[in-house]
Ligand binder design. Structure first.
Ligand code: PMP
Length: 419
């Protein structure tokens, strides 16, 4: 092939690329809550790798540990063999996360990504209960492989599967309908007197739906769901892939509800510095896997274990949580004041912790605002079924200055778009 026929790097990639469309530049460097492109232009990051960078870009200590480990010929790839970083991660996770919360879980490494942990959770729930169906919720997002897609409530993505996605039932997420909580509907469905349904193996949910539009379930609703699971002997799976690792202020997003899920899915920020990693937490009595029954080549990314272990040091005191909540209050107040100040947006502020959103009920406006924000140096995404929610997902380590600056850019973008 002669040079004239060579494709540019953009032409080489599949049309499936998405984020590059909203942020049409080439990024080069990043530190903390900031990124720079090849022209040296600076951007504030309110996206944090779709929630994979809660501890920010290129944390100094994590960086040093990784460099030192590689230079010392540390093992990079080891499947599920025992290695020092793996051992240290497990010990630190027990000491820093499980013990202080009085939680008892077996820890499984299901593969490198969020969808891998969800797949493993669905599979073990079906194996343990011997049942097939799984209940999920409207607007849920759990991943793009067939099992996790089957519990995802997004019609475009489901259609993309090209085959029927069976054995799942979608229920309304937390909301009041005619003054009635949606758990009433779920409960009467499970009672089966009118439907004759077979009991499901599990209920899977996000406590705050990220991709679905920053829909935060109330704590009472989560408690009711747990009670219903217990009543019908159904496993409760919490997908904390996006809302976990401190995003809502506590390490697990379900902590304030005082519930104890049977299975917990974590990924994204568990890898500390953006390295691919996922874990599935399984109550010991449900860890009924036989060796090799569920496996994969990349279940032992030692660099991710190293960064993940370092990330857990943030959770050794209460300071980190307190800091997140302080920033979250500021973000929430600002989002609410924007909604009040610009009634033309027909908007509503919602969310929990540093997972907030402004739902803009004017078609296409949220996307326009985010596009304008990009031009002004802010990386911010939309979510929700119609991309109607401007979604705030800054790194948890962001300082007051970064957060204020980002919010000022956002407000200037809103003014510009409305003008
Ligand atoms: N679950 C939730 C709640 C998510 O937000 C995501 C990713 N956005 C996933 C699962 C899937 O994770 P991954 O893209 O790493 O497969």
């Amino acid at each position: 092939m002669d040079n004239e026929k060579m494709k540019t790097f953009k032409e080489l990639e599949s049309a499936v690329r998405s984020y590059s469309r909203g942020w049409p530049t080439v990024f080069e460097k990043a530190k903390g809550y900031r990124l720079w492109d090849t022209d040296g232009k600076e951007y504030i990051d309110f996206f944090a790798g779709a929630g994979a960078l809660n501890y920010g870009h290129n944390n100094d200590t994590m960086q040093d540990k990784l460099i030192e480990y590689i230079q010392d010929d540390g093992i990079l790839h080891s499947l599920d063999m025992g290695t020092t970083p793996r051992k240290k991660f497990l010990e630190k996770f027990q000491e820093t996360i499980l013990k202080p919360r009085n939680l008892d879980y077996k820890i499984m490494f299901p593969g490198p990504t969020g969808t891998n942990t969800v797949e493993s959770a669905l599979k073990i729930a079906r194996k343990v209960t011997g049942r097939e169906t799984v209940i999920s919720f409207t607007n849920a997002f759990h991943g793009m492989t067939i099992g996790s897609l089957s519990v995802t409530g997004n019609s475009t993505k489901r259609k993309g599967a090209g085959i029927p996605l069976n054995h799942t039932v979608s229920m309304p997420f937390d909301q009041f309908v005619d003054d009635q909580d949606t758990t009433l509907y779920l409960e009467s469905y499970l009672e089966g007197s009118s439907t004759g349904v077979d009991l499901p193996a599990a209920i899977i949910l996000e406590t705050v739906q990220g991709e679905g539009g920053i829909n935060a379930a109330r704590m009472e609703w989560l408690k009711r769901i747990e009670e219903i699971c217990k009543r019908f002997d159904i496993l409760l799976i919490i997908d904390d892939v996006q809302a976990g690792c401190g995003r809502t202020g506590t390490f697990f997003s379900f902590e304030p509800a005082g519930i104890n899920p049977d299975i917990v899915c974590l990924s994204k920020s568990i890898g500390g510095i953006g390295l691919p990693m996922a874990i599935t937490l399984i109550k010991p009595e449900y860890d009924q896997w036989t060796p090799g029954e569920h496996n994969g080549t990349f279940r032992g990314n030692n660099l991710a274990f190293l960064a993940a272990t370092e990330a857990l040091t943030y959770w050794e005191t209460d300071d980190f949580s307190e800091n997140i909540m302080e920033r979250a209050d500021f973000l929430k107040d600002t989002a609410e004041s924007i909604v009040e100040k610009y009634p033309e947006l027909k908007a509503e502020a919602r969310g929990r912790g540093l997972m907030q959103g402004i739902a803009v009920h004017v078609d296409g406006l949220a996307e326009e605002i985010c596009a304008e924000a990009f031009k002004r140096g802010l990386i911010i995404e939309t979510s929700g079924p119609k991309d109607e929610v401007v979604k705030f997902l800054p790194p948890l380590i962001i300082d007051e200055e970064g957060l204020s600056k980002g919010l000022e850019i956002l407000e200037a973008s809103i003014k510009h778009v409305l003008a």
